[in-house]
Design a binder for this molecule. Structure first.
Ligand code: NDP
Length: 289
């Protein structure tokens, strides 16, 4: 028989997680602050718990998916003394520091702890493109990997419990960078009444083609060899004011882009004019500002 799982938190994501465990044939116990949300899962075969304590008692593996780490602590801390021998897999979005703190608390409680970063929306859970980053003790992950496979891909990223959040946030960082540029471009063409839908036909392939350079930047970052024959920081620094001036002239805020001019200026001032854009990652990492 498949191992039992308890799911604490039946928001949009927790509901999808519990449904996936059920579908994979696990006995699932569910708890949510607002009990009404257990209804659809009970219809799919889940057992409702009246309290979080009851949910924890029901299964060796307790999957937690709540709004924030503060919420997680609000729910778990009153259960002190009842987690001994359990494994808590916390899939709530948070920071590496929050994950490490909660892992330390779980260790004091005698519980195994895994932290997870879900790279999917609820509708993708258990589908081919969903995966979850996990960090924490390897043997704890190994003991539950088959169960986690019900949710989608499993990517174990290391023993430091903070690493799943770090990977998750780093992917989101790339996403927000992309969103920043795309929104700025739409804002800019909008000042001349160019429809965003029309411009997107140019923007999407362009951004995709530029992203093709990311592996070469990565190789430069890993090797420390930033000299380029593609596009120097000097030429980027000289051209970037054209963007900022045009934003100002067209009445588009430059607030998202002005900091990049500062970074390009610093790169050149610190002697990296001949290097490629990959140098910026090093400069950001050594920044204290
Ligand atoms: P929802 O807002 O749908 O659900 C939030 C859950 O937290 C509910 O179960 C809610 O209970 C519970 N909750 C909030 N405050 C408290 C409290 N004080 N005490 C007890 N329970 C509380 O959020 P999601 O399910 O979308 O997200 C959950 C986590 O998953 C978040 O950390 C999110 O960042 C992460 N995530 C979500 C993704 C998504 O696409 N949705 C993608 C990747 C990660 P109640 O029903 O009683 O309000």
């Amino acid at each position: 028989t498949n191992p039992a799982v308890s799911v604490i938190g039946l928001g949009m994501m927790g509901t999808a997680l519990a449904a996936a465990f059920l579908k994979a044939g696990h006995p699932v116990t569910v708890w949510n602050r607002s009990p009404a949300k257990t209804g659809p899962l009970v219809a799919q075969g889940a057992t409702p718990a009246d309290t979080a304590a009851e949910a924890v008692a029901a299964s060796p593996l307790v999957v937690v998916c709540l709004t924030t780490y503060d919420t997680v602590r609000t729910v778990l801390e009153p259960l002190s003394g009842q987690l001994t021998g359990k494994t808590v897999a916390n899939l709530t979005n948070g920071t590496p520091e929050q994950a490490r703190d909660l892992a330390a608390w779980a260790a004091k409680e005698g519980a195994g702890y895994l932290d997870g970063g879900i790279m999917a929306v609820p509708q993708m859970i258990a589908g081919p493109h969903a995966y979850v980053f996990y960090s924490g003790a390897r043997e704890v992950f190994d003991a539950h990997q088959e169960t986690f496979a019900a949710l989608g891909g499993t990517k174990y990223v290391g023993a430091d419990p903070g690493l799943a959040a770090l990977y998750d946030l780093a992917l989101l960082t790339g996403m927000y960078g992309m969103i920043t540029g795309v929104m700025q471009a739409y804002a800019l063409v909008g000042t001349e009444s160019i429809p965003a839908t029309e411009f997107s036909e140019l923007l999407v392939p362009w951004v995709g083609a530029m992203l093709g350079s990311a592996p070469a930047w990565a190789a430069a970052i890993d090797s420390g060899q930033h000299l380029t024959d593609v596009s120097s920081l000097a030429v980027n620094q000289e051209a970037f004011p054209n963007l900022l001036e045009t934003f100002a002239a067209q009445g588009v805020s430059g607030e998202l882009f002005a900091p990049l001019q500062n970074l390009l200026d610093r790169a050149v001032a610190e002697g990296h004019a001949a290097d490629g854009l990959s140098r910026l990652a090093d400069l950001l990492r050594s920044s204290t500002s």
